[in-house]
Design a protein around this ligand. Structure first.
Ligand code: MF3
Ligand code: CO
Ligand code: CO
Length: 252
């Protein structure tokens, strides 16, 4: 069941989403060679709790940290660690989910560490474009797939990159992960019609090689990587469907 949010819920989710976006912006200044992902986790944890919120990943299905930090070939759900140190040329996705007064906001972005290769920059720019073009097309009455999968697939095909298919966006706000599942590729498996008051994420994960295969780390139970070690980028926003289009709740 897709929850249509009330005005009161929307206000709460808007506040939580804004805090998630502020946390992401705050952390971005520390993304530099030499910093550990554990340090980013500590700074993120403190910022969120200092703002009277809870980091949603902490203890979520056994996740042990407060943010996700996914470097280079890590697609998502990277676990911060003291001996994982950022180096010049890396790319890193920071994924922040806050719970403020019981409401969830979810946002992520991929950042360059110092100077990066033109290929890495192209992957980041393309992935950001996938999210932004998709958001621009959102409107009540349209099919979700027409606004997300059908928009993203041609952008990625043209670049010879690939879309991660196993993971997707999700309804969010009252719970961490709600219906609908948001496919980032074109599919006829889903016929969701957008309605005013829906809130969900769009969070394309794009891999820099044409045939994306991913692997799941059986030892830590979380980290997802590209099988061929190619780079992976991701951007995510929490979005409200409005009467005339959409509102990005995780935009500052
Ligand atoms: N924030 C992620 C998402 O966009 C989910 C992370 S789950 C965690 O859906 F446990 F790894 F934090
Ligand atoms: Co999400
Ligand atoms: Co997220």
């Amino acid at each position: 069941m897709i929850i249509i949010k009330t005005a009161e819920q929307i206000e709460g989710i808007r506040k939580s989403s804004k805090l998630a976006a502020e946390t992401l912006k705050y952390l971005s200044q520390f993304v530099k060679p030499g910093v550990s992902t554990e340090k980013l986790n500590e700074l993120g944890h403190k910022f969120i709790t200092d703002h009277k919120a809870i980091p949603a990943p902490l203890n979520y299905n056994g996740f042990t940290k407060s943010i996700c930090t996914s470097i280079n070939n890590v697609v998502c759900h990277g676990i911060p660690c003291p001996n994982e140190i950022l180096k010049e040329g890396d790319i890193i996705n920071l994924d922040i989910t806050t719970i403020l007064n019981g409401y969830f906001g979810d946002v992520s972005a991929t950042f360059p560490v110092g100077k990066i290769s033109p290929e890495a920059k192209d992957l980041i720019d393309t992935t950001r474009k996938c999210l932004n073009d998709s958001i621009k097309s959102l409107k009540p009455g349209k099919l979700l797939n027409d606004c997300v999968g059908k928009i993203i697939e041609p952008i990625v095909k043209k670049k010879n990159f690939s879309i991660v298919r196993e993971l997707g966006g999700h309804g969010v706000g009252i719970h961490f992960h709600e219906e609908p599942f948001v496919f980032h590729f074109n599919t006829n498996q889903e016929k969701v019609i957008l309605k005013e008051g829906m809130i969900f994420t769009i969070e394309p994960m794009i891999n820099a090689s044409p045939n994306c295969q991913i692997t799941f780390d059986r030892r830590d139970g979380w980290t997802i990587r590209t099988l061929d070690c190619s780079l992976s980028a991701q951007f995510e926003h929490t979005i409200l469907i409005t009467k005339t289009g959409s509102e990005i709740l995780t935009k500052l």
